[in-house]
Structure formats: C-alpha cells, structure tokens
Design a protein around this ligand. Structure first.
Ligand code: KDG
Length: 319
C-alpha cells in the first residue's frame, strides 16, 4: 500500500546542546539539550503546519538516539523510517553564542549512525503518492554512502515523477569550499524549488544578485528560485518571469538564528504545495524562519497551522 507521505526527506538528526550563557564554551557551565538537524527541523515545521513528512534517518541505539525519537513523537512525526543502530553513536552538536559575532557550531558527528546511511536504506515505494522530496546539501556531505543515498533519492523522485526541493545548506565544516559546487550540482540541476541564502548564491552562482543567477537555474529546469536574506526577508523568482520580494518578520527578541533557514524552507514548501501565490509563500517562509530565532533550540519556535493566519491574514479564495 502506498505510504502517502506529503514530503519525504532524509538526513541526520543530532542532539543539540545550547549554552545557558554567552561566550566561549570553555567557560560555559550549563547547557540545555534539544533535538536538531536541518531535515528534522524542516519535518517538525511541516508537521506543525499539518503535513505528513517521512524523515529517513539512522540514530544510535543510545540515550541520545532515544531522546531524538521521543522529540519526534512529541512533534507528531512519523518515525517508521528511523532505524536504530546499536554499533554507532547518535551525533551531537554544540552552539556557542559569541558576544561579538555569529553563533558558532561545533559538530561531534564523524562516524555517527546517520553517516552510515546508504542507498540501501531507501525503499522507493515510500515516495509513492508523495508530493515532494526535500534534500539538503548537508546529507551528501556526511559520507560517501550518504551522498549515494541522496543521489538514489533524486533518481527515485525522477522515476516516480515526484518534484524535488533542494537547499544546499552549505556547511564549510563538512565540505571544503572548492568542492561545494561539484557536490551540489546534480541536486540543483534536478530540483523544482531551489532555496538558498545569499552567501550560497554567491558560492554557487558567483553573484549575490538573484536576477543574475536565476536564468542559469531556470535553464536547468528549476521552477522557483527562493533566496533567503536573513532579517531582510526573501525574494522568489520563477521561470515565468515573476519576481517577488517580501520583508522579514521581526520577532520580539532574537536569541540565535540557527534553524531559521530550515523554517524558511518549510514555510515556502508548504505554501508551494498549497498552491499559494509567491507573495504568501514568502510571507509564511519569513514567518516560520523568524520564529526560529526567538529560542535557543532550532525548531521550538516554529508556529502551528492555527497561528499563522493571525500574521498572514486568511488565504484568498481558491488558495
Ligand atoms: O539549519 C540548522 C542546522 O544547521 C542544525 O540543526 C545543525 O543540521 C545541522 C547541521 O548540519 O549544521
């Protein structure tokens, strides 16, 4: 029987330790524990908006793996594509709040359970009836077998006619800058939605101007290029010549921006799947992204479906 997920994704979920105080980690005494990871964050955001997302991953069969599983269940996520590996550990990452700069992250993920994911983990029948496959550039950067899994997912999506959204999510701690374009290209060439920030646009297209980058993306077959501009919001361009930009939402307080990009993706993807106009897709993307910045975890701040109309206004008839 078809699984009928709305969105299928794969990647690594990690335990996140977020410090209670600012400054170098050597001086931090207390941390709070969360679950995080780009594709997990997106899955949570989509679940809160009401979509059924399949998150394919492996966790260590250890206390941290069970913590992530219970967080997934608490968010109403389907956990049937999660495998527990008794021979490898669940990955961990730490945030560091720098008084004078951006939040810094430290990974402890090499050789983790998720890094052993491979093409054999994918059953293409999970894509039957799916409305979208979402991939990020983090997973192919984890290991060669993860890279092959993502390529297999891409191939299965093509064979089954499922559109793909892709966020390069460039992590220079995982992949050297000069290797980024080669790693990302197959995914950028096959996605329908390409979601990325200005730094990634520059790295992958050699320009921070979305209007200059877009024709190349459209030649590959990208339908919508959405560029995240942090607190300044985002801009979306389509091969039909539409260009729409929207200002960012301002949360009452900003703790840390990690998780905002995944929230933006989820908001945009949700609007796209609902057939909303670009403007409303961007408004929701900005809203979900901004809501991540008010909390120390990655995804706790994401809004629920019943909250969003208060900010966006009710959808126009037909949306
Ligand atoms: O986008 C948020 C992610 O960066 C964070 O959850 C950790 O998945 C992560 C990564 O690989 O950086």
């Amino acid at each position: 029987m078809a699984a009928a997920y709305d969105v299928v994704t794969c990647g690594e979920a990690m335990v996140l330790f977020s410090p209670d105080t600012q400054g170098p980690l050597r001086h931090v005494a207390l941390f709070r524990k969360y679950a995080a990871g780009a594709e997990l964050n997106l899955s949570v955001a989509l679940a809160r908006l009401g979509l059924r997302t399949a998150f394919l991953t492996r966790l260590g069969d250890d206390e941290f793996g069970h913590h992530i599983l219970s967080c997934m269940r608490a968010e109403g996520l389907d956990t049937s594509l999660v495998r527990l590996d008794p021979t490898r550990s669940t990955a961990v990452y730490f945030k560091e709040y720098r008084p004078l700069g951006d939040t810094c992250v430290y990974y402890y993920r090499r050789g983790s359970a998720a890094s052993a994911l491979g093409p054999e983990d994918l059953d293409p029948s999970w894509l039957e009836g799916a409305r979208l496959v979402h991939l990020t550039g983090i997973t192919p950067a984890l290991s060669e077998s993860c890279h092959l899994l993502c390529l297999r997912m891409l191939e299965a999506a093509r064979e089954m006619g499922v559109p793909v959204s892709f966020d390069p999510n460039v992590r220079l701690k995982l992949v050297p800058r000069e290797e980024v374009p080669r790693l990302m290209e197959p995914f950028m060439r096959q996605c329908r939605l390409l979601l990325l920030n200005e730094a990634e646009l520059d790295l992958l297209f050699g320009t921070t101007d979305p209007g200059v980058a877009a024709p190349r993306a459209f030649e590959w077959g990208v339908e919508v290029l959405a560029v995240k501009r942090g607190a300044r919001g985002g801009v979306a361009l389509t091969g039909r010549g539409e260009v729409v930009s929207r200002e960012g939402f301002r949360p009452a307080r900003v703790v840390d921006p990690v998780g905002a990009g995944d929230g933006f993706d989820a908001g945009f993807v949700y609007g796209y799947l609902m057939g909303w106009p670009l403007e409303r897709c961007l408004n929701l993307a900005n809203l979900v992204g901004a809501s991540a910045t008010a909390v120390p975890g990655d995804y706790e701040g994401y809004p629920f479906r019943h909250e969003i109309d208060a900010y966006l206004g009710p959808p126009a008839a037909g949306c």
